[in-house]
Each structure stands twice: as structure tokens, then as C-alpha cells.
Design a protein around this ligand. Structure first.
Ligand code: IPE
Ligand code: IPE
Ligand code: MG
Length: 226
């Protein structure tokens, strides 16, 4: 399973003398391209970071533009990807998003529920800490006694328990950090960073990341075989 931090839209816009909104729009096109490339590479599950719990602190105009872009992406790009067998789901809080867009999110999830070429999770209003806190709250709500709280009990209460472990995390734009993405699920992920700004990310970047991953030796804490 592959996860991507789609970063660098602002710097791409600045480098091209465009508005930040145009940068985000170029980023949405890159997402579509990347999902198609992922299908070609045989990737079955892809999680992309589109909007963090901290991104609400951006200027209100930029946040508003991102909400419009979310709505338009659900209407235009994701149905085209559905024609290629892409099941789309959202990861994160929903309650702070416009109810009309929440309805679009639900409808898209329902309409694509039976598709299985590639499973796309779009992390929106997502925070790794918030996800763990919400899972802890559910443990309490479910009345789980302290002695029964273990990793499995918590993992079952994450936003998408079926997601499982991330194998490969890719971050675009040269930043070397996690930025509160999938803190639980990344525990043993291999990390690949590329300087490519997200709007320029293409099939070659994806292939290079997958090849770097394939060359890694994963140990999961065990003594490596000699
Ligand atoms: C990523 O691009 C998109 C979001 C965080 C919504 P940025 O907007 O963070 O781009 P940079 O980091 O400013 O270049
Ligand atoms: C992470 O990028 C969030 C998304 C790509 C959606 P940011 O641009 O928000 O992260 P920081 O601020 O550089 O850590
Ligand atoms: Mg950024």
C-alpha cells in the first residue's frame, strides 16, 4: 500500500507566476495522472494527503478555494477514474466540511463501492493525532476495559481499519517530514522523498519511488538474515 503527501502546489504556482489556487488545480490534475499511473503499476491501494487538520489555519480564501476544488474533483475527476475501476473513499473528519460537499463525498463512496481495480483514499481534514485521539475516544465509548486495550483494539477504531500498514510513503516537494499524516499506519513504512513539486509529479516519479522501495530491506525490528 502506497501513501503520498501531495506537497508543493504553492511553490509550483509561485515558480510559474500563477495564483495559489491555480497551483492547487494543477495538483488535482497531478492526482488524476498519478492514480492512472498507479493502476498501470499494479498498485491496489493509494492514500493521498489532500488537506490536513492544520491546513484550516491557511488564509480563508485559500481554504475556500480548496473546498470548491474538492467539490469539483468529486464531480469531475473522480467519476472519470471510477470508469477505470477506481473506488474512492475519504479519510478524516467530515463534520467541519460543508454539508453539501459531505453529501457529495458520501454519494461518490456509495457509487464506487463495488469497484476494485484501485482503492483510493483521499485524506481530507485528516490528522494522524486526531485519528488516534478519536480511536481512543471510541475505546472509552465502547466500554473496553483497560486490560483489553491493545494494538488490535485501537487499530479497529481508526478511521479506516481495513487500510492496514503503509508500505511506502512518498512525499513530493523536497520537505523531509510527516506533517501529521497516518502516524499509526506509517510505523514501519519505507519513506521516499522527491524534490519534484506535486503538480509536476508523474509516472516516472512514481516508478522511481516504487523501485527505491523494492530495493529496501525491511526488517520490522528483527535481526536481518545474513
Ligand atoms: C500542498 O501544497 C497542498 C495542501 C497542503 C493543501 P502546498 O499548498 O502546501 O504547497 P507549498 O508547500 O506551499 O509549496
Ligand atoms: C501536508 O503539507 C499536507 C498536505 C499535503 C495536504 P503541508 O504543506 O500542509 O505541510 P507543512 O506545513 O509543510 O508541514
Ligand atoms: Mg506545503
Amino acid at each position: 500500500m502506497v501513501a503520498i503527501v501531495m506537497d508543493g502546489n504553492g511553490r509550483w504556482a509561485e515558480a510559474h507566476g500563477k495564483s495559489v489556487d491555480e497551483g492547487h488545480r494543477a495538483g488535482a490534475r497531478a492526482l488524476r495522472r498519478t492514480v492512472e499511473a498507479a493502476i498501470d503499476l499494479g498498485i491496489e491501494t493509494l492514500v493521498v494527503y489532500a488537506f490536513s487538520t492544520e491546513n484550516w489555519t491557511r488564509p480563508s480564501g485559500e481554504v475556500a478555494d480548496l473546498m470548491v476544488l474538492l467539490s469539483e474533483t468529486i464531480d469531475e475527476e473522480l467519476p472519470d477514474l471510477a470508469k477505470q475501476g477506481v473506488r474512492s473513499r475519504f479519510l478524516g473528519r467530515r463534520d467541519r466540511i460543508d454539508p453539501a460537499i459531505q453529501e457529495q463525498m458520501r454519494a461518490l463512496e456509495d457509487e464506487t463501492a463495488s469497484l476494485d481495480t484501485l482503492s483510493l483514499w483521499i485524506a481530507f481534514d485528516y490528522g494522524g493525532r486526531a485519528e488516534i485521539v478519536d480511536a481512543a475516544r471510541r475505546l472509552v465509548e465502547d466500554g473496553v476495559p483497560a486490560e483489553d486495550v491493545d494494538e488490535a483494539a485501537l487499530a479497529e477504531r481508526l478511521y479506516a481499519p481495513e487500510l492496514g500498514e503503509i508500505d511506502l510513503l512518498i512525499r513530493a516537494s523536497g520537505e523531509l517530514r510527516i506533517s501529521n499524516f497516518l502516524l499509526w499506519e506509517l510505523a514501519y513504512a519505507e519513506l521516499v522523498f522527491t524534490d519534484t513539486l506535486w503538480p509536476d509529479f508523474d509516472v516516472d516519479d512514481l516508478r522511481a519511488a516504487v523501485e527505491a522501495y523494492a530495493a529496501r530491506q525491511r526488517r520490522f525490528g528483527a535481526r536481518a538474515a545474513r
